[in-house]
Design a protein around this ligand. Structure first.
Ligand SMILES: Nc1nc2c(c(=O)[nH]1)N=C([C@H](O)[C@H](O)COP(=O)(O)OP(=O)(O)OP(=O)(O)O)CN2
Ligand SMILES: [Zn+2]
Length: 125
């Protein structure tokens, strides 16, 4: 089995509704997002999947949130834009890609809110 990992980043603002502290107020983060994909079959040039394709899938989702006020986006109108909700949203959006209907599995999405704090979302745990 091979495991491939790619990273992306975006900048955004949010506030955590009902949070008992300063994160209740509008503030921003530089989010870093890690995506892990696995597969055991290699194509004719020796790849599970092209890093370039994986990075482009990830960045398509992240670019749509870049420099946005996350609370105003449709996916977070009813959900607090916590790192947990961001990780699940990114996972489910990327998982809909055809690549994951064949020989690749999306293992997890890891969202770093700061260099000191991250959340991992995976479906089967
Ligand atoms: N489980 C989670 N906890 C927190 C989340 C989250 O998404 N999931 N988010 C926040 C806030 O977004 C907040 O902005 C970050 O808080 P904190 O870690 O306290 O940020 P600081 O940069 O101030 O960290 P220090 O280490 O205290 O300097 C809060 N919690
Ligand atoms: Zn925050």
């Amino acid at each position: 089995m091979f495991e491939l990992v790619v990273n992306g980043a975006f900048e955004a603002a949010h506030r955590l509704v009902d949070y008992p502290g300063k994160c209740n107020r509008l503030h921003g983060h530089s989010w870093t997002v890690e995506m892990s994909v696995s597969g055991d079959k290699l194509d004719n040039i020796g790849m599970v999947a092209d890093f370039k394709v994986l990075k482009s899938m990830l960045m398509e989702v992240l670019d749509a949130m870049d420099h946005q006020y996350l609370n105003e986006l449709p996916q977070f109108k009813e959900l607090n834009p916590t790192a947990e909700h961001l990780a699940k949203y990114i996972y489910e959006t990327i998982e809909a890609n055809d690549l994951f209907k064949t020989n690749c599995k999306l293992n997890y999405i890891k969202v770093w809110e700061s260099p000191k704090a991250a959340v991992i979302y995976r479906k089967d745990a």
